[in-house]
Design a protein around this ligand. Structure first.
Ligand SMILES: NC(=O)c1ccc[n+]([C@@H]2O[C@H](COP(=O)([O-])OP(=O)(O)OC[C@H]3O[C@@H](n4cnc5c(N)ncnc54)[C@H](OP(=O)(O)O)[C@@H]3O)[C@@H](O)[C@H]2O)c1
Length: 336
């Protein structure tokens, strides 16, 4: 009997290992999040009825968050600078969900105008009576080489991505500690964990967020029902490249390539919502081979630096040749 059991184990073990290996190779999220999405205890529909405040809701990931949250039945506060775009997003939310007009509050807001954040928060709380989830999503990226980039651009990246997010969190958090529950979910990036050429300031701002929220989570251990979660997406389809900072504050990005090779926004957002519903503290969301980078940077940094140098050099060459740095990752630089 023992022998039978041992030989069964002997044959099943490779199947078990192969299964996990295949899951890993085809995964588009870290294994904790992937497990939650496949066999999670709580589907994203458990967000029904919650009041969710989304910043950067006028485009890209934030816009898609609004659509999927509306379908889940969450009540929404939509913020960004462009009110017209927020009204468009609200209209589409209402067309595709059971929500009523009063279930969605449009609250235009500039993350850089920190003095306005207290009043905006009070408006949101007065309107719905509470905020259950704050999704710090608004932000901008960067496409420029450090040697050519003005310090003003670094300041602007930190002001927007880091201090804007800290300011919003500091306004909403006392309300959550008072109630003893809530979630603060912040969209960081793969470059919040790793490094990438052409994004020194952007990566620094996202690393700053990682440090801030990892420390804040530990400060809040007396509030076990408050979730502090960071989301680290790899490349996702959105307007992020069009809106990126360059060498100078007022200079737009020269080349924006096709975004089709990136993860669909809807998939990224679905995984985010599953993660929020299941209380996942850090989410890695990226298609392969990008997801392997997270594991390399986390568990084998020396190897990761070598690989990043190899691919990074190519990325810089492509950028200097006037190609889109993202879609041109594996493209030969122009020779003429
Ligand atoms: N797409 C990716 O590949 C990717 C990967 C990793 C992380 N992320 C992160 O995902 C988040 C969303 O980006 P996205 O990809 O969806 O890009 P996006 O399409 O450019 O959306 C950015 C959003 O941020 C808002 N925003 C920009 N400046 C703002 C300001 N001063 N005040 C308030 N809102 C502001 C924009 O709205 P207004 O212009 O109307 O203000 C817009 O709604 C960002 O934090 C980004 O760093 C994206």
């Amino acid at each position: 009997m023992d022998w039978c059991f041992m030989s069964a184990l002997w044959y099943l073990l490779p199947v078990y290992v192969a299964f996990h290996f295949l899951c890993f190779i085809f995964a588009d999220a870290d294994l904790t999040l992937l497990r939650a999405s496949l066999i999670g205890h709580r589907p994203e529909t458990t967000l029904r009825g919650l009041v969710v405040w989304v910043t950067g809701a006028s485009s890209g990931i934030g816009e898609e968050l609004a659509y999927q949250l509306a379908k889940c039945g969450s009540r929404l506060i939509l913020s960004a600078r462009r009110e017209q775009e927020l009204m468009r997003v609200k209209r589409i939310c209402l067309e595709n969900s059971d929500l009523k007009d009063e279930d969605i509050l449009i609250l235009p807001l500039d993350l850089l105008e920190r003095t306005s954040h207290e009043e905006k928060t009070q408006t949101a709380i007065q309107y719905f009576g509470r905020i259950d989830v704050l999704i710090n999503n608004g932000g901008r990226s960067q496409r420029s080489l450090c040697l050519e980039t003005s310090v003003d651009v670094y300041e602007a990246l930190m002001e927007l991505n880091f201090l804007g997010t800290v300011s919003m969190t500091k306004q909403v958090l006392p309300h959550m500690t008072q109630r003893g529950s809530g979630s603060v979910v912040t969209v960081s990036s793969v470059v919040g964990l790793a490094g990438a050429p052409l994004a020194t300031g952007y990566s620094a701002s996202k690393h700053a967020l990682q440090g801030f929220f990892n420390s804040l989570r530990t400060e809040l251990t007396d509030y076990p029902k408050i979730l502090i979660s960071t989301v680290c997406p790899g490349p996702v389809q959105s307007q992020i490249v069009n809106n990126a900072f360059t060498e100078e504050l007022s200079k737009p990005v020269a080349t924006v390539g096709n975004q089709e090779h990136k993860m669909p926004t809807s998939r990224c957002v679905r995984l985010m919502l599953v993660g929020i519903a299941n209380g996942v503290k850090e989410m890695w969301i990226a298609q392969q081979p990008f997801l392997l980078f997270y594991y390399a940077w986390q568990y084998a940094p020396t190897f990761a630096w070598t690989i990043t140098d190899l691919l990074g050099r190519k990325r810089v060459q492509n950028f200097k040749a006037g190609l889109d740095a993202d879609s041109a990752y594996f493209t030969k630089p122009k020779t003429s």
